[in-house]
Design a protein around this ligand. Structure first.
Ligand SMILES: [Zn+2]
Length: 334
């Protein structure tokens, strides 16, 4: 337990933190295809990457797209390639202070490459032990693999993200033995309700289960998934999420899903493409508002357009119609 104290004090505290524009916590479930990668940025501009997906090039492009300037910590939920491959360029580029992992060495070349890269970058390995990490004003709690777990999936490192009343939870590719052990280990109030939850194991059949979800009670579930031969996400997992009343997002259908959390904990979700499936319960504070389709704005005449302060209306803008554009030059109510 000594280690995590040092981690909180040394690495990721408020010292030298730069306020992010708008001062919000941002969590991006990156569209990395089949795999997981979650980018967490505190209001102070401190960032953590939890998993990196299966492609170095794709993760690199996403870090550029979202203008990541620094990474303080990278986390491998476990050593499978669909989670750690993108961590290689992330470590190479940003030389984070820490690399948090489950302590179970992978047997693959990509694991070796990641370890070598971390050494070259001066990034210090940290084994998950139940640390609490202050990412600026955001609290991260590590859920370490419980004792007795035997393989990579059941040794997934969980991460609970808290900011005000907001809570997000991600647990890699954990399976029932691990979540059941966590249920015994933690009080129910520590594990749920969760506002935004990462689907376990891309919606596999051996991931989420009814008992675990009854405690986690997710309002929104994001599935990190792309074209695959495993049948992910499975109908069984989708049914479980629907049963607990969660809205469902999928990176294969929605692209990168971004959660924006205000000071205090109010949050919104937005998807690069489309919207999630509607939640069946109403208390979730998420608000996913689709853009108003142009056809839903109808002005009876130009007086109404002027009254709305929208004149002139250009072709393609909401409310434009050829009826209002008598000379047909693409500018209505000139
Ligand atoms: Zn996976």
């Amino acid at each position: 337990m000594r280690r995590w104290g040092a981690l909180a004090a040394l690495g990721l505290g408020l010292v030298s933190a730069q306020p992010a524009p708008g001062g919000v916590l941002t969590i991006r479930f990156l569209d990395v295809g089949q795999g997981d990668a979650v980018l967490i940025t505190s209001p102070e501009g401190k960032s953590v990457l939890y998993d990196g997906g299966r492609s170095e090039a794709r993760l690199k492009a996403l870090l550029t797209q979202y203008q990541v300037k620094s990474l303080d910590l990278v986390v491998a939920s476990h050593a499978d390639s669909d989670h750690i491959t993108g961590l290689v360029p992330a470590v190479q580029t940003f030389r984070p202070k820490y690399f948090l992992n489950n302590g179970l060495a992978g047997t693959t070349q990509i694991w070796q490459k990641l370890v070598t890269t971390a050494k070259q970058a001066g990034t210090q390995g940290l084994i998950a032990k139940g640390q609490t990490i202050n990412l600026g004003s955001v609290k991260l709690t590590v859920l370490p693999p419980p004792p007795g777990m035997k393989d990579q999936n059941t040794s997934s490192v969980g991460l609970l993200v808290q900011y005000g009343s907001f809570r997000a939870l991600m647990t890699g590719d954990s399976e029932t033995p691990e979540t059941t052990a966590w249920l015994r280990q933690y009080p129910a109030a520590a594990l749920g309700p969760i506002d935004v939850y990462k689907s376990i194991h891309h919606g596999a059949r051996n991931g989420d289960n009814a008992r675990w979800l009854a405690t986690v009670r997710p309002a929104n579930v994001v599935i990190g998934v792309g074209p695959n031969n495993y049948g992910h996400p499975t109908a069984e997992a989708i049914t479980l999420y629907k049963k607990v009343g969660a809205a469902i997002y999928r990176t294969d259908l929605n692209g990168t899903v971004t959660v924006t959390v205000q000071h205090g904990g109010a949050y919104t979700l937005s998807a690069a493409k489309g919207t999630g499936t509607a939640a069946t319960r109403t208390q979730a504070p998420s608000s996913v508002t689709p853009p108003t389709p142009a056809s839903s704005v109808v002005y009876p005449n130009c007086a109404a357009v002027r009254a709305a302060g929208k004149a002139p209306l250009l072709r393609g803008q909401p409310g434009y119609s050829s009826k209002l554009d008598r000379d047909g030059d693409g500018r209505a109510c000139e």
